[in-house]
Design a protein around this ligand. Structure first.
Ligand code: FE2
Length: 351
């Protein structure tokens, strides 16, 4: 599928986002659940740039992250990653936060990495191939700047969200702008995540896109009441019950606490039930619940642990930054002309 267009998407990934140079080593990892079409296309693109691709395909582990360790060829995999210039991860049972990942990242300070877990031809053509990735990257960096500058944020949606919070001063944002520089580790482009001052989050969150894991793609909205960052009530139909059962199953009070908010800004993303794409739907906001990863808490080494994590999507969000309108039902309307123009450019698909 898309065997012609895929090479174009992979070329954009390596050339525009990683700035791969002649002679660099590009290690592409995958497992037996991965799409080998995207793997092959990426290796072809590396050759087109006169770089040196190396494909490592492993038997799919029975778990992800550290849970994958038991099934991985740890020593040879780690050895290759420790020396790579570029690492593209297409594993379905992901290596992110596995022992080979941790050891490679600690030892290889030049490594440029992107996590593209669960990538398939359709997703890659829509979210990378048709997207002006450079324009999206510039827009996202500006969005991070204006959002970070605000002290207080209010988010509403047509489905009934109305929630407010303050920022935690001196806490970094995690912006997936698509650009991967020296030593950087990135996720797929089109998302900005951050963890607010958790005890200041109050109001109503209504998920109307998807909740993954637990309910999946939603047929009816799920309403959460939030008091000081804690979920005190979950209302709705069968999907609300599925979420509540999921959170309760861990017998862990932290699983009822908010972990992060994210903006979605990939102009090619559509709601499919695949959370990697859902959380990038343009103009949506996402709320994470449970574990807070270390990448979201620059001020708290190790993050805020909980048994697990789930994410829910609120479509067509309206966002006020210190009372000034930034997003109106999913469209960028302010606060400056510059950001409106950057959004316009970023939204233009290339084909
Ligand atoms: Fe999340």
């Amino acid at each position: 599928m898309y065997e012609y267009e895929l090479v174009g998407a992979a070329l954009k990934l390596l050339r525009d986002m990683f700035k791969v140079k002649k002679g660099e080593s590009v290690v592409i990892t995958s497992d037996t659940e991965s799409s080998m079409e995207v793997v092959r296309a990426t290796a072809q693109a590396a050759c087109a740039l006169s770089a040196k691709p190396m494909v490592i395909n492993v038997a799919a582990p029975r778990g992800v992250g550290k849970a994958a360790d038991q099934d991985l060829p740890l020593a040879p995999l780690t050895a290759a990653l420790k020396e790579a210039d570029v690492w593209i991860e297409f594993n379905n049972e992901w290596l992110l936060y596995s022992t080979p990942f941790d050891e490679a990242v600690a030892a290889n300070k030049k490594l440029r990495y992107m996590c593209l877990v669960g990538m398939n031809p359709d997703l890659m053509v829509r979210n990378i191939g048709r997207v002006n990735n450079v324009a999206v990257g510039s827009f996202l960096n500006k969005v991070e700047e204006i959002t970070k500058k605000a002290k207080h944020v209010r988010v509403t949606t047509p489905a009934g969200c109305d929630v407010e919070f303050d920022h935690q001063p001196n806490r970094d944002f995690y912006t997936s702008d698509g650009f991967v520089g020296h030593g950087e580790k990135k996720m797929m482009a089109g998302q900005i995540s951050w963890t607010p001052k958790l005890e200041t989050i109050n109001g109503i969150i209504v998920f109307d896109g998807s909740i993954v894991p637990s309910a999946g793609l939603l047929k009816s909205p799920v309403k959460l009441t939030i008091e000081k960052g804690l979920i005190t009530k979950i209302e709705g139909g069968i999907e609300a019950k599925q979420l509540e059962d999921y959170l309760s199953s861990f017998d862990d009070e932290r699983m009822f606490r908010i972990a992060h908010i994210s903006y979605g800004f990939n102009p090619g993303a559509k709601l499919t039930g695949d959370i990697v794409e859902d959380e990038r739907v343009w103009g949506g906001t996402e709320w994470g619940i449970g574990n807070v990863g270390p990448q979201l808490t620059s001020d708290i080494p190790g993050g805020i642990p909980a048994s697990s994590h789930t994410d829910g999507i609120c479509l067509n969000s309206t966002v006020w930054l210190d009372g000034e309108l930034f997003l109106k039902e999913g469209e960028v309307v302010g606060p400056t002309k510059e950001i409106i123009e950057l959004a316009k450019e970023a939204k233009k698909l290339e084909y």
